[in-house]
Design a protein around this ligand. Structure first.
Ligand SMILES: NC(=O)c1ccc[n+]([C@@H]2O[C@H](COP(=O)([O-])OP(=O)(O)OC[C@H]3O[C@@H](n4cnc5c(N)ncnc54)[C@H](OP(=O)(O)O)[C@@H]3O)[C@@H](O)[C@H]2O)c1
Length: 337
């Protein structure tokens, strides 16, 4: 291929993404400079946080600049190398390539993919990648469940939530998932072994929690924020722990959501901790060592939802905000090697 397509950020979106906020432009395939490698993107990871990077606000990474290629985590193949670190054909992941067919990136910005025997390459972009790392350490390091404790998790049928709930189950916790729709809720209880699921699109979360955990809950793994967060927050027990992983309900919002009742921090001596997967990257081996056998023996299950084609990446991203995906959302940009 001689052409390269890149999604470029044209406008700072207000609310939901609109046509024209990102534009697909064609350029030549870049030549790697000394110390760089040319990557052909195979899978692009679409993540709720992509939307937050489009805002001109203080985040954990700088905003994507207008006129720049949209940032994103990708897995690709080295097609040309001017670095001793990588050879042609190596499979790598990087955040430096972005939403593009090809990117010439510094070799230091790429990491070699170590495939887990018997698992498809998509595992490296989901359960054994950033998603798995978030879920695993959010549970084992931030919440530290004790056997018999109850954990509530929102966006429970999603990429992070479905894994986090299963990790908590492996640690002996009772897990209540909150998800949208009967099919997702049935998957949680019937296939993943969650103890209960609340369909927030068809029932009141607070009432359901009162029924399922009348004495309250010890832990909350928060992925959604807003009213769903407040319903769980208000049912935490004394010394309850809340891991704030994400607040997807606010990412497209044009006004701030209603905050939780902060007085409960004092009355119930709560521990609330936000966390970022970036802080756990150096501990990936720990996660693979424990999760690998769970995956191999089927104790932890995972799904990916693969959309075809870079040209539809913006529409695909929208799935994260409507729930119209089933598992970790990826775009297949080109064929696996
Ligand atoms: N802290 C970190 O380092 C880190 C890393 C990765 C992800 N995260 C966060 O983890 C959360 C989940 O991310 P993910 O990648 O695993 O995505 P995901 O859960 O696979 O997809 C997002 C899901 O969120 C639910 N959702 C969307 N808008 C909602 C709303 N307004 N109210 C209720 N539910 C809503 C939908 O599930 P339903 O179909 O059930 O509605 C959707 O499927 C996000 O908040 C993300 O920002 C944090």
């Amino acid at each position: 291929m001689t052409k390269n397509r890149q999604w470029v950020l044209k406008n700072r979106p207000f609310g939901d993404l609109k046509d024209g906020d990102l534009e697909l432009v064609e350029t030549a395939v870049p030549e790697p400079a000394d110390g760089e490698v040319l990557i052909r993107t195979v899978y692009l990871s679409l993540d709720p946080t992509n939307r937050t990077w489009m805002n001109d606000s203080e985040g954990y990474l700088p905003p994507v600049q207008l006129g720049s290629v949209m940032r994103g985590l990708s897995l690709g193949v080295v097609e040309a190398s001017k670095s001793d670190r990588f050879a042609i054909g190596d499979i790598v992941t990087t955040s430096a390539g972005g939403w593009a067919d090809y990117a010439a990136i510094p070799a230091a910005a790429a990491g070699k993919v170590h495939r887990f025997p018997g698992l498809p390459l998509t595992a490296n972009m989901s359960v054994l990648g950033m998603t798995g790392l978030t879920a695993y350490f959010g549970v084992t390091d931030v919440l530290q469940p004790q056997p018999g404790e109850t954990m509530v998790i929102s966006a429970a049928a999603g990429a992070v939530g479905s894994i986090a709930g299963q990790v908590a189950k492996q640690k002996g916790a009772r897990v209540i998932g909150i998800a949208g729709g009967p099919a997702k809720c049935a998957w949680l209880t019937d296939e993943l072994g969650f103890d209960a699921a609340i369909d927030y699109k068809n029932e009141r979360v607070g009432e359901a929690l009162d029924r399922l955990a009348p004495d309250g809950v010890e832990m909350s793994f928060e992925n959604v924020g807003g009213e769903i967060m407040n319903a769980t927050w208000n049912r935490t027990k004394i010394h309850g722990r809340i891991a704030v992983c994400g607040m997807i309900s606010a990412y497209n919002a044009t006004s701030a959501p209603k905050p939780p009742n902060l007085a409960r921090l004092i009355t119930h001596r709560l521990k609330v901790q936000g966390f970022l997967v970036l802080d756990y990257q150096s501990r990936a081996r720990e996660m693979v060592a424990e999760m690998g056998p769970w995956l191999a023996n089927g104790r932890v299950k995972w799904k990916v939802h693969v959309d075809e084609g870079l040209e539809d990446a913006v529409a695909s991203l929208g799935r994260l905000f409507t729930g119209a995906h089933d598992g970790k959302l990826l775009v297949r940009v080109s064929e696996e090697p």
